[in-house]
Design a protein around this ligand. Structure first.
Ligand code: IMP
Length: 193
């Protein structure tokens, strides 16, 4: 099955393709001629996932899906949440976001946080939502070089390593996006039976 994944983030693309397997052929917006930035202007993670998927569907008519993820830190009242990409600036600067998060948690004992991903799938014109959540905490300083975004700071529950200290396979096996994508795959497999 050919399906458009509404992202131009190659880390995400590789993570998701690895879980979907070869029977699903992913195309990116660029591959189908959509080169502008896909708008994500909503105030919720669900809203942004849905907006991105509808944007692609309206322009291509193809089956497609989009994900949106937020890091929700308990002591910060759920921030950065839906603003995770642009926490420190408008520039999607991972390093600056991580530094700001550490500054905002300076001296804070409660470092509980969770990653939450929502996937919006538009299949045959109908929308379906899938959610993946991983609880964990924010490290005192960044560690590891794998992954992207807040990976060097996030230690999932039950682990001693940050996401950035894990191989792609390890992260996928337990990550928020991995959980949401496996729900998507199960749904697609059941549909094609
Ligand atoms: P997006 O809108 O789904 O791309 O996610 C918003 C922001 O959350 C990204 O710019 C990253 O900073 C962060 N993020 C999303 N997924 C991950 C992840 O798997 N690990 C670490 N950070 C992530």
């Amino acid at each position: 099955m050919k399906i458009i994944f509404a992202t131009n983030n190659t880390h995400k693309l590789n993570e998701v393709q690895a879980i979907l397997g070869p029977e699903f052929e992913l195309a990116t917006p660029r591959m189908v001629g959509i080169t502008e930035e896909i708008p994500e202007e909503q105030e919720t993670i669900e809203g942004n996932a849905s907006q991105k998927a509808h944007y692609i569907h309206e322009r291509t008519g193809n089956n497609c899906f989009a994900d949106d993820t937020g890091l929700e830190v308990e002591a910060l009242g759920g921030a950065p949440g839906v603003h995770s990409a642009r926490y420190a600036s408008d520039g999607h600067d991972f390093e600056a976001n991580n530094q700001l998060l550490l500054r905002n948690l300076d001296g804070v004992g409660n470092r509980c946080a969770r990653f939450r991903t929502v996937i919006s799938l538009i299949l045959d014109g109908k929308e379906h939502l899938f959610e993946g959540i991983v609880e964990g905490h924010i490290a005192q300083c960044p560690s590891g070089n794998e992954g992207f975004g807040y990976d060097p700071l996030f230690i999932p529950e039950g682990s001693t390593k940050t996401y950035a200290e894990m191989s792609a396979e390890e992260k996928n096996a337990l990550s928020h996006r991995g959980r949401a994508v496996r729900k998507l795959v199960e749904f697609l497999h059941n549909r094609s039976k």
